[in-house]
Design a protein around this ligand. Structure first.
Ligand SMILES: [Zn+2]
Length: 311
């Protein structure tokens, strides 16, 4: 064997060794890709993202006095017995037991004497509401809000904030339940939602408070509220959720404006699926206390101007 051949064979051997090493490296990379990489994807993808966001839903059932809660409201009756529920049998609306003045107190925390708004209607000449409300407190505290009402006059509650966060549809609950579902969506921030249902009041004026017709309407409303709460529970499942069920007034006969006992006695039910249940330690609550309850749920300070209970 001459020198030239030895060099040639050496080069060939070095080349073969290099090819072998390269093949081993490439195969290893291939195995990693096939077996390890997908495992990592599967592990991280299916873990639900924990969230500290809060959802507060204020539900006002127009005309649904406390004495109408019972056999006709199986959903609300079930809620009353839930572990996460607190409620009072001693909640009162204003002596002027009418929709607009009562709702103004509900969202501003002010007594009737304080906000001094006695009309149960608005006209083009009605000045814009200037009192601060739970919706202002929401924005100041990093909350977003949505307001869905079924009487146009309640748009007054938003003051000069007549924008896309407010929706007015003058229909009964069965007609709007899908609209509410698409209007209220989680958006990665804390959220305050106000929903107003007109059903018991509309049927009460027509057929009477406690009439068969009104009782049937209340059963339907209760069922629609059940769907709405289910929808919200599903969509906002990563949120800590609080629901407040109340009303602006009850009624008797075909009316409710007189301040009669069944006109003034309203439900005040606070329900949460969380461990932090909301205590209701006082003997009596007024409709304007709802604003303080919501302010505290938002973790905000209660403005001094408000008349509602701070504990
Ligand atoms: Zn009415």
């Amino acid at each position: 064997m001459n020198k030239k051949n030895i060099i040639l064979i050496s080069i060939l051997l070095i080349f073969l060794l290099f090819t072998l090493a390269l093949a081993i490296v490439l195969l290893n990379l291939g195995f990693n890709k096939t077996f390890n990489y997908p495992k990592n994807i599967i592990q991280t993808d299916n873990i639900p993202v924990a969230s500290d966001n809060i959802l507060i839903v204020l539900i006002s059932m127009d005309g649904l006095g406390w004495d109408l809660i019972g056999d006709d409201t199986p959903f609300l009756s079930t809620i009353l017995n839930e572990e996460g529920t607190t409620y009072t049998e001693n909640a009162l609306t204003l002596t002027q037991s009418e929709t607009l003045p009562s709702h103004i107190s509900m969202v501003t925390g002010l007594t009737l004497e304080h906000h001094n708004f006695h009309d149960n209607f608005i006209t083009p000449l009605t000045p814009t509401m200037e009192w601060g409300s739970i919706f202002d407190i929401a924005l100041e505290n990093g909350y977003d809000y949505r307001v869905f009402v079924t009487k146009n006059k309640l748009s007054y509650l938003l003051g000069d904030k007549q924008d896309e966060k407010l929706k007015v549809i003058e229909e009964d609950s069965i007609e709007i339940i899908d609209e509410i579902d698409s209007f209220v969506e989680p958006n990665l921030t804390d959220m305050l939602v106000f929903i107003h249902f007109r059903d018991p009041d509309r049927i009460g004026h027509q057929f009477g408070w406690g009439s068969t017709e009104q009782r049937r309407a209340i059963q339907e409303l209760d069922n629609n509220i059940r769907s709405m709460v289910n929808d919200l529970d599903n969509e906002f499942q990563s949120y800590n959720r609080y629901y407040i069920f109340t009303a602006d007034h009850g009624g008797e006969g075909l009316s409710h404006s007189s301040g009669c006992p069944s006109c003034r006695s309203i439900p005040l039910i606070i329900y949460t699926s969380e461990e932090d249940i909301y205590p209701l330690p006082s003997e009596e609550y007024n409709i304007y206390d709802v604003a303080c309850i919501i302010t505290k749920l938002m973790g905000a300070d209660i403005p001094e101007v408000m008349d509602c209970k701070s504990e």
